[in-house]
Design a protein around this ligand. Structure first.
Ligand code: ADP
Ligand code: MG
Length: 143
């Protein structure tokens, strides 16, 4: 299985609850290596650009409002098959529908405030990582 990278954002709800460390620890225990990390408060422009694909969705305004409410913690995660593996550990978009033991089941409140973001494909992971990290900030891959 190929070594991959994916983007994790610990969203404002989970950072407000001081759960960023718990979530990163759970990811490390699940076999991911944190190869880049930052804490930042997203501007409206940055959040709108990141979620541009959802611009036409009815929840877009609410999503941008939420994501800019307070700081986030953004991590680049590396492991074999990282995109699919992380979607599994993250759980379904709606925490109520997420499997037991997943991050969204453990820390998410509802379909909007669901604790974490995860890239949905390898192509999008590359785009999302480059959106938040300069090449010089991302440690070289062993793969
Ligand atoms: P995922 O984050 O699981 O990839 P989507 O890409 O479909 O899910 O949605 C992006 C984010 O938009 C979700 O994580 C969630 O924060 C928010 N969102 C999705 N659906 C809804 C909804 N019905 N109401 C409010 N917010 C939503
Ligand atoms: Mg998505």
């Amino acid at each position: 299985m190929a070594l991959e990278r994916t983007l994790c954002i610990v969203k404002p709800d989970a950072v407000e609850k001081n759960k960023a460390g718990h979530i990163l620890a759970k990811l490390e225990e699940s076999g991911f290596t944190v190869v880049a990390l930052k804490r930042t408060h997203l501007s409206r422009q940055v959040a709108e650009g990141f979620y541009a694909v959802h611009k036409a969705r009815p929840f877009f305004g609410e999503l941008v409002q939420f994501m800019t409410r307070s700081p986030v913690v953004i991590a680049v995660l590396e492991r074999d098959n990282a995109v699919v593996q992380y979607r599994g550990v993250m759980g379904a978009t709606d925490p109520a529908k997420a499997d037991a033991g997943t991050i969204r089941k453990l820390y998410g409140a509802n379909v909007g405030e669901n604790a974490v973001h995860g890239s949905d494909s390898l192509d999008n992971a590359k785009i999302e990582i480059a959106y938040f990290f300069a090449a010089s900030e991302v440690a070289p891959s062993a793969g």
